[in-house]
Design a protein around this ligand. Structure first.
Ligand code: S3P
Length: 470
């Protein structure tokens, strides 16, 4: 993990505990809605040159969280400065960590496992499911009470999937109806260890339980029938935690024994494959493109989109394959190619769960039909991504049939989509960026109702698009 994750730096004095919150839901009122900024993404000249996408969102969240739990100072370079990650930083500061930017590096002075402080007000998670679910895991085994709030999109997303296991470990919850935010939770210290088999393929649920286990005496085990992104396991080891992974009967048993002491770590965050995917599809579908996307993380639990695009005939070369921050990384050279529709194997879904919206755009421009299935999880992301993309692509002129657990898309065979809109992004960054890519390969452009959500994961998306098609 990174370049330096060994010994403990000089420990600093731990701040005094702060008095408990009197009315934890008092500051949970929703903020007034901001006006939206619509934008039409027009057809473009080929995408060329070299670009570098921002740091991986999943790794960025975990860098801050694990840094906050170590005793001493961790340094992070390449952190994604998107709104979701900044929500994590703000919440961790409210629980005692010092997090500051020093030049290009983020510096985290942790409080140590077991000594998170009582936050004074509600923790505003914005749009970020990862912040919410992972931080709920942390709070669950600390003797503190926390209120979690979020925007309209996050407030619809199911939290029962983390409430259930964390309740077994001893935390108590007062959620909004349907198990949603705003919710108040009270951690239990010491919590109760357990073995938990994941009922859904979710790295967030896996991580929430493992993070609760960090301050729980005894062994906490998560059984993972279907592999999901493994950044938590890899990175916890970098912070000195003994994470054991056993393969039993085709399932992963992931265990750690708490309470643990975590040692600080210097981390270099690789580029986000989920962000690179928008440019990989854009360069594949805009004729004449020849684009290098530098420093893209290619963890095998995350690279499904590139494997599927290649199956569809995409021209993607991995250049200078190397390791950054303990993760496989390469520069991706992507050249325009005529894509062909395929039936996507549902087993690959967890390794590209966030990339389906942009894959649907690639499918809409392919030769022939693309069929996807097994994608029920897409209905509970930042929006219902099956309905949102079926509606948006149809408005843009594509032929899409929505099914219960996937989409069937008849491609144009490389002809530009008609274009149109405005399409509704539902506060979902990936719908916004996917439809932006659709606009590049359309005759009249595609208008999206709001560009604001893009900042949650890819603040310089528009600037990079300008740079690549200049
Ligand atoms: C994430 C896990 C995935 C993914 C999300 C980030 C993580 O969510 O969609 O963007 O960092 O653990 P699920 O665990 O709900 O599949």
């Amino acid at each position: 993990m990174g370049s330096r994750c060994a010994g403990i730096n000089s420990a600093r004095a731990l701040p005094e505990a702060i008095a408990t919150v009197k009315d934890p839901r008092a500051s949970a009122l929703p903020l007034p809605e901001k006006p939206l900024t619509a934008h039409r993404f027009l057809p473009r000249t080929p995408l060329t040159g070299r670009i570098r996408v921002p740091g991986d969102k999943s790794i960025s969240h975990r860098s801050l969280m694990f840094g906050a739990l170590a005793v001493g100072r961790s340094r992070i370079s390449g952190l994604l400065e998107g709104e979701d990650v900044l929500s994590t930083a703000t919440a961790l500061r409210a629980m005692g960590a010092r997090i500051e930017k020093d030049g290009d590096t983020w510096v985290v002075d942790g409080v140590g496992v077991g000594t998170l402080l009582q936050p004074q007000g509600a923790l505003d998670m914005g749009n970020s499911g990862t912040s919410t679910r992972l931080l709920m895991g942390l709070v669950a085994s600390h003797g503190i009470t926390a209120t979690f709030t979020g925007d309209a999109s996050l407030s619809k997303r199911p939290m029962g999937r983390v409430i259930d296991p964390l309740s077994i470990m001893g935390a108590s919850f007062t959620p909004s109806p349907g198990g949603t935010l705003p919710l108040v939770m009270e951690g239990l210290q010491p919590a109760v260890p357990m073995t938990y088999r994941l009922p859904v393929a979710s790295a967030q649920v896996k991580s929430a339980v493992l993070l609760a286990g960090l301050n729980t005496p005894g062994t906490t085990t998560v059984i993972e029938p279907v592999p999901t992104r493994d950044h938590t396991e890899r990175m916890l080891r970098g912070f000195g935690v003994d994470v054991r992974v056993e393969e039993i009967g085709g399932e992963k048993h992931i265990s750690l024994t708490g309470p643990v002491d975590m040692t600080p770590c210097d981390i270099t965050v690789p580029g986000d494959p989920s962000s690179a995917a928008f440019f990989a599809v854009a360069a594949s579908v805009v004729p004449g493109s020849d684009l290098v996307i530098e420093n893209v993380g290619l963890n095998p639990t995350r690279d499904g989109i590139f494997r599927v695009l290649k199956q569809m005939g995409a021209n993607i070369d991995y250049l200078d394959e190397r390791e950054v921050g303990g993760e496989p990384v390469a520069d991706l050279r992507v050249r325009h190619a005529q894509l062909t529709g395929i039936e996507v194997d549902p087993d690959i879904a967890p390794s590209m769960i966030d990339e389906f919206p942009v894959l649907f755009v690639a499918a809409a421009l392919a030769q022939g039909t693309t069929i996807t299935s097994g994608l029920d999880e897409l209905r509970v992301k930042e929006s219902d991504r099956l309905t949102a993309m079926a509606t948006a692509l149809s408005l843009g002129g594509a032929s899409v049939e929505e099914r219960e657990d996937g989409l069937l898309i008849r491609g144009t065979g490389g002809k530009p989509l008609a274009g149109g809109g405005p399409v509704t992004t539902h506060l979902d960054h990936r719908i916004a960026m996917s439809m932006a890519v659709a606009g590049l390969a359309s005759a009249a452009g595609v208008e999206i109702d709001s560009t604001e959500p893009i900042a949650t994961s890819f603040p310089n998306f528009m600037a990079l698009l300008e740079e690549a098609s200049a």
